[in-house]
Design a protein around this ligand. Sequence first.
Ligand code: HEM
Length: 368
Amino acid sequence: MNGEFDGTHDAWRSAMGTVCVAGPESARAVLGNRDAIVDEASDFYRTRHGDFGPREAQIRIGRAARVLMRRHLNTRRSELPGLVAGYLAPSAVWPDAGNLLVLRHLRDVLLHPDAPPQLHATVGQIVHRAVLAGARHRHSPPSRLLFRRRAQNVLHTEIRARQQQLDPARDARDLLDVVVGESDPGSDPKDLAEVYLSFLFATVGSVGFALGWSVYLLGTHPDCQAAEPSWTVREALRLWPVAWLFARTPSHAQTLGGAEVTPRDLLAVCTYLVHRHPMYWERPDEFVPERWAGAVPDGAYLPFGHGPHTCAGATVTMRLLEDLVELITRDWRLSVIQDGAGPQVGPALAPPRFTAVLSPRSDCPGRR
Ligand code: HEM
């Protein structure tokens, strides 16, 4: 099958030669990889030198990161109302506002407060120059190149220092400790820096964008502002899955979703299409948070991936997003001013630029 997606085929070859996978069953077969139909891979752990490994280290890192995040969210939850008021009210320009709020809330998980000031500054600059939607276009290519080299130097120096001072008895202070402490001894600091950057993109980038989509959709659908926060977040991640494209390579020649593929092909599993598949979803293109009150086609919902490489941060992410959406809709009246731009499509699917206005609810705050 060649050409464009017609809404019914599970897989087809695009004009660029990539094989797009849009059928829920084929998508799960590829990502779950139970029958070893693709080469083992994780987009999260992909580095310039191939996938970071071994797999045991990937698993250890994912688990330790989740524990650290959960602990942080538990102890710092009370900060959230102040951050919402400070970062989002009375008005803010999104999606950057969401990313910066998340950066502030997770600052100490990303880097412990006593980490070198130069490293703190570098991480802040990476967010502004590479994580925010459209950030890469805000600087010229030579300036980006220079910055990348300087940032890498700072990160590599810190990683080497932490490798030398490693104390297995000490709890991880931040995600950089997690990456250094749970990787195999002798791991290349360059690879560890890339894994750390994956965490930076996942936390500040993906979580911030997912919050942005929820706020954007609530602001453009005022009738839905009373919906359960968990329905809103799920529905926003269905319509606009931040992680919308997964790359995999077939391990052998086979038929996949009706398309003939070989190890020379690149598979692109597209959750944006899976989540809008008309055979699985009613009113697939509409924002309907209430659909989550009833039974939903779970097998056609993969915002955090599927199978062995499913997101290690999925539960902590959902909790943070639900807490934030609850605070925003409970304490504030939300309206959105659009400037007509479309979604910002990159490795992550970010919302369009928009302004959100938050006014305190005049009726008893804290209640609807
Ligand atoms: C809205 C926010 C997020 C989204 C949409 C998201 C999505 C995903 C997806 C789709 C994968 C699977 C990639 C693949 O199969 O190739 C993944 C993997 C991963 N994510 Fe997330 N993620 C988010 C936030 C986070 C956070 C906050 C953390 C931090 C704990 C995290 C840690 C990880 C890790 C460690 C993996 C690798 C799992 C493995 O290969 O074993 N993610 N994420």
